[in-house]
Design a protein around this ligand. Structure first.
Ligand code: GDP
Length: 295
């Protein structure tokens, strides 16, 4: 599971703190140094770590903490709160418009998990009584359309495809089909590349302008390390991203890049992918994730 090593290191730092009883500023400084190292080793972006430690330190050296009966607990509580804030604070949900359908545009690099998560979302919202339609706009790899059909079937969702035509046209025809057939949720799976290129961005922008999605979800592979931060930054500057789906959190990733993605884009993580199966999707709860990391 992601964040395991970070969790271990933080737990070791806090164990030391707890064993001390009353704390002074030096104790807190020492603990913060360990927290900083743990976050850096977990691959959290340097600037994000610096700000985080500064925020926690400022709160932790306050008189209330130092004079409290359980200062270590107070410090841990502050770290928990700041970590929750770092991961977005509140639960972020998809926003459904009052007039259906809700149009969701999926974007991200190839292999990040777009197709898989399009289907996972369809299944998830089907379970909540919605009627999702999956739209196949990844037209460059014939296998991608086939893959969407296979996972779409697993999700019990209709898949709209027009073969390898113009993705902008397919997206708008897909939305039209949804309106005509009573689908209240349209999930558009788009093409990814191994690297960002102009043509891909132009295509996404054209789809965006044409269908005007309610949600643009950036699919980010938690395993890609600091590169994920650059990728997210570029997508975020090109498109009005509304949220992030963080995938492969079941893997052995250090996880820190994921935290940084949120800080760099300012966009909340709405869902996390925790496996390859159709049901391996969870709404992202920052406070639960922070508690999991802090053990
Ligand atoms: P796309 O190119 O962005 O559409 O990516 P895919 O949906 O094809 O996913 C790429 C690979 O990652 C596939 O082998 C998926 O099974 C795998 N994958 C996707 N999401 C997850 C996840 O949450 N956990 C794990 N372990 N694998 C995933």
């Amino acid at each position: 599971m992601a964040f395991e090593s970070l969790a271990d290191k933080l737990s070791a730092a806090f164990k030391k703190l707890k064993s001390k009883g009353k704390l002074n500023e030096t104790d807190i400084k020492e603990a913060m140094r360990e927290v900083k190292l743990a976050l850096l080793e977990a691959d959290v972006n340097y600037k994000v770590v610096k700000d985080f430690v500064k925020n926690v330190s400022e709160r932790a050296v306050g008189q209330e903490v130092l004079e409290s009966l359980t200062p270590a607990q107070q410090v841990i509580k502050i770290v928990n709160e700041e970590l929750t804030a770092l991961m977005g604070g509140q639960n972020a949900r998809l926003v459904f418009p009052s007039k259906p359908p809700c149009i969701v545009l999926m974007c991200g690099l190839q292999g990040s998990g777009k197709t898989t998560h399009s289907a996972k979302l369809a299944k998830y919202f089907k379970g909540q009584g919605r009627r999702p339609l999956l739209v196949a706009c990844d037209v460059y790899r014939p296998a991608a359309i086939e893959q969407l059909k296979i996972v779409g079937e697993k999700a019990g969702a209709t898949v709209f495809e027009m073969g390898q035509g113009d993705p902008v046209k397919i997206a708008s025809e897909g939305v039209k089909y949804a309106k005509d057939h009573g689908h209240d949720l349209v999930i558009i799976d788009t093409a990814g590349r191994l690297h960002i290129d102009e043509k891909l961005m132009e295509e996404l922008k054209n789809i965006e302008k044409t269908v005007v999605p309610n949600e643009i979800l950036l699919v980010v592979d938690a395993m890609t390390g600091q590169d994920a931060v650059n990728v997210a930054d570029t997508f975020n500057k090109a498109l009005p991203i509304t949220g992030v789906i963080l995938t492969k959190l079941d893997s052995d990733t250090r996880g820190g890049a994921a935290i940084s993605v949120l800080q760099v884009t300012g966009k909340p993580i709405k869902f996390s992918g925790i496996g390859e199966k159709i049901d391996d999707l969870e709404p992202f709860h920052p406070e639960r994730m922070a508690s999991r990391i802090l053990g």
